[in-house]
Each structure stands twice: as C-alpha cells, then as structure tokens.
Design a protein around this ligand. Sequence first.
Ligand code: IOT
Ligand code: MG
Ligand code: MG
Length: 507
Amino acid sequence: MTQPELPAAFGLLASAHLGGGRTPTAVFATRGRHSRLSERLGPQTVDAVLVHPGDDCAKAHASDGDTLVLLAGEIYNRDEIHDTLGTPVDASDAELVSGLFAKYGTHAFRVLNGRFAALLATGGRLLAATDHAGSVPLYVRAEPGHVLAATEVKALTAAGSTVRGAPLPGARRVRGLPGLHQVPAGTVFDIRVETGAVAAHRTWTPPVHRRLVAEDEAVDRVRAALEAAVVRRLPGTHRPLVVLSGGIDSSAVAALSDGAATAGIDTLSMGTDTSDEFPQARVVARHLGSAHREITVASADLLTLLPHTVHAAESLDPEVIEYLLPLTALYRRMGGPARRVLTGYGADIPLGGMHREDRLPKLDTAVVRDMDTFDGLNEMSPVLSAVAGHWSTHPYWDREVLETLTSLEAGLKRRYGRDKWVLRAAMTDLLPAETVNRPKLGVHEGSGTTASFSALVLRAGAAEEEVAAVKGRVVRELFDRTVAGGVAPDDIDIEEVTGKIVAEGRG
Ligand code: IOT
Ligand code: MG
Ligand code: MG
C-alpha cells in the first residue's frame, strides 16, 4: 500500500452545538485552502472548516446520515482495514473510520495505525480522537451545548468562547487558556454535546514490557517493521523526499525508501553558516544515487524563526523547540510544489539514542521516561512543515515500529559499545559502513542551533548559569504572544523578547 502525494486534509476546526451556532472563524498556521461544511445529526449541528492542500477535501470527511467523520492526516493500515470491512479499495480514510465505528464503536480507534486527528459526530456525542502518538495535535473546549475542537490551539482561541469550559480530569490544560485541553496521545474523548461532559478512553499505551530476543531475530524484526512503515508512507506515483542528516536514523529511511520507490528518491539536508552535517549526508546521497540538495541558513536568520517554530509546534518545551527550529527553517526554505516528506525523527526516543548511556538499567529508565513524557511536546506535529504546504511523516513512530523498538530489551539497543545497535545492525547491507557506525549527533547540535540560541541569550546579558532558564522563559513568552495572543510570528523581534526576559529576571 502506498499513499497519495498528500493527505486530503492537514487540519480541522469544528463546532458542535445544539443550535444557534455559526461556523467559526478559522485561523491556522497550516497553509492550505479552507473548506466549510455544516451537517445536522440528530440533536447536534456540526459546523467545520477543513484546511487542505488540494482543490477539494472530499476524502477528508464522510457522512452516512447518522455519523459524520472529519479526518486530518492519514491511515497506514488501510489494507488490513479493507480486509476486515470489505470496503471498496477506493474508500477514503474518513470512510474507513466511519466503517470501523459502525463495526467496533469507540474501539474503532484502537485498531488504527496512522498519523491523524479525527472527529466523529453521532447522535448527541462528539468523539475527538488522536493517533497512538498524538502526532497530529488535537485540542477541545467543551461547554454545555457547545463543543469546539481543532488541530491548532490558535484556531480555538480565534474561534472565541464566552464561557469557561468545564475542567477535564486527566487532560492537559493549555497554558493561559482556561477550559482548553489537549486530547492526549492514543485517546478518544467521548463528549456529550448537551452537557459538555467528557469521558476519556485510552486507545494505546507505550509497552512497558521488554523482550529477550536473539540478535538475528531482533535485527530481522526491526528491519521488517521499518521497511513496512516506510513503504506504507511512500507516495505511490511521486518521488519521495527524505530529510537527511547522514545519521543512521534518516539514512535508514532514505535507503529503505530508495529500495521501494521505483523512480529513485530526493534527499535534502540543512546546515548553517556555523555548522552542518553536509559531508556525512553526501556520503549517503552518493551511495543511494539520490537527487540531493543542501540548504544553508545563516544562524542569525535561524534565530528569527524561533517565534515561527513555537507558533507552528505550539510547544512550550525549549529543548524540543531547539530540535524543531532547524527543521522549521528547512521546510520554509524548501520551496517548490507541496511534497510528502519522510523523516528519521523520533528514532532516538524508543532506542534511547539521546542519552549516551551505556549502563542498561539507566538506559531503559531513560526510555521509559521518554515514552511517558513525549505527549504534549508536539515534536511530531505536521504543522512544522504544513506552514510551507508540505506533509511530513515519521516512520519510526509508526505504531508497529514504535512498539517493536520500545519493547526490545536494553541490551539490544546498546551493544558492543554502540548506541542504537539493533538499528545499525539492521541496516549494514544497505548503507556505507561509515554511516552505519557514525556516532549520534542531534539536529540541534549538528546545525549549531543550541549554541546560537545560547549566544543570543548571553548577548542579551544573561549569566552562563541562567541560559537554560532564560530559554524556557523565552519560549513561554513566544507561546503567549503567538499562540494565545494571536500575534503574527513575523511581527516578533526575538532580540527584543530575549532582552525583555533577561531584564525581567534582573528586576
Ligand atoms: P535527530 O535525530 O538528529 O534528527 C531528527 C531527524 O531530523 C533526522 O532523522 C532527519 O530526518 C532530520 N534531520 C536532522 N538533521 C538534519 C539536517 N541537518 N538536514 C536535514 N534533516 C535533518 C532530536 C534529535 O536528536 O534529532 N530528536 C530526537 C528526539 C528528541 C527527544 N524527544 C523526547 N524525548 N520526547 C529524535 O528521536 O528524533
Ligand atoms: Mg535521530
Ligand atoms: Mg542527527
């Protein structure tokens, strides 16, 4: 199974109400056309706006009179769903969700492997569902008689609200915006529109068990799972584009894409005037014979995109923002027609790659912690690339790959003095030895982003030991201004914001 070049819709905003509502104003960072639809389902009326890349978004919604499904993103286990439902092969992802709901009810969302946020209205209920990883963020505000849901916080703030939403036990609130909650990863919110009451159902949790598997068996499983995930993400009739650092994670995705795509692949690397991984990426591009391109961003220009990164990711985590800033710059500079982009993002989380830890108990503790804390960071958000019209997808966070990697015992992740050993071993026949053996370098390190952001904070007058805290406050300020406050990121001067934060710390 392959995918179309782009999903039918990238984002959505919907208002479910018992009458007297109107289609809300739609504000997205996601670029695309807006299509409105309105449907009456028993007691409730749903008014929605879909943001989409193509001329129409008919495949992003499905209605059978009793239920309405709205889907932003895409599903990867379509073949298996067709098998169980017997649906026509050209059924849209939204129709598949509708069919699964008719068969399984709320449990439909337990069988999906995808990158999506979905809304399903039926009777007096509105279901708001994330994929297992919450990789397409989804936010709701549930008031009696009026429920708002959207894939971006700023769409909900712009849609307005007069009443404070009811508190939602267990759900993450959004900073500075009372009543607004993020649907957790792998969760369905079952919302009664009349009362605004929410029941949360988990549809996925990270595995906490670990498998003792023979080396060969582990290597084979990782290779097979990753290959299947890459194939499920390839655009059928177009060339795939892989954002390539030349590290093992993205090089593996590039090699497997190249193996499956008949017409070859495009690869793209970014660097800055202070730092890049261009030589390492070139080794892989040459090996695969990909059409390779390099984009160099001036570090000063990179920092001006901090507000844009926070605006797109709607994340409050300064480390995550440092990972996402160089990627934001890359996507914005890509140009050309809208593309499907495969990344190596997320491999380091189940494999413990960020931790440079060789003691197995500590390594597994770090993996458990990272798998317990990713939710809400929005590091996989499609909005990062959708601001420039592109669709990104992350094969390592495919549900089956993620489960396979997470559940391997730590000694397969760290072995023979190597980090991410099992992945490296799974790729030895497809990549040059120097790529397979290359030590991990984070995108924030390879692009000099962490250093540039630190230099900005120091220039603003902070002391060395204040840098991390100031970065956190800068990111919060950017969130308050661009996400909660509605200020356009272009209108924000990052030097001014940093200066203000440092001065406040002094005062
Ligand atoms: P890293 O693993 O270095 O990069 C993530 C992906 O971004 C790469 O696989 C590649 O597809 C793309 N990329 C990186 N550098 C470049 C470049 N120079 N040019 C083009 N594309 C590039 C941080 C990290 O180390 O990134 N991300 C971690 C996880 C963060 C921790 N999160 C958490 N604990 N929740 C990751 O696993 O990707
Ligand atoms: Mg990585
Ligand atoms: Mg890297």
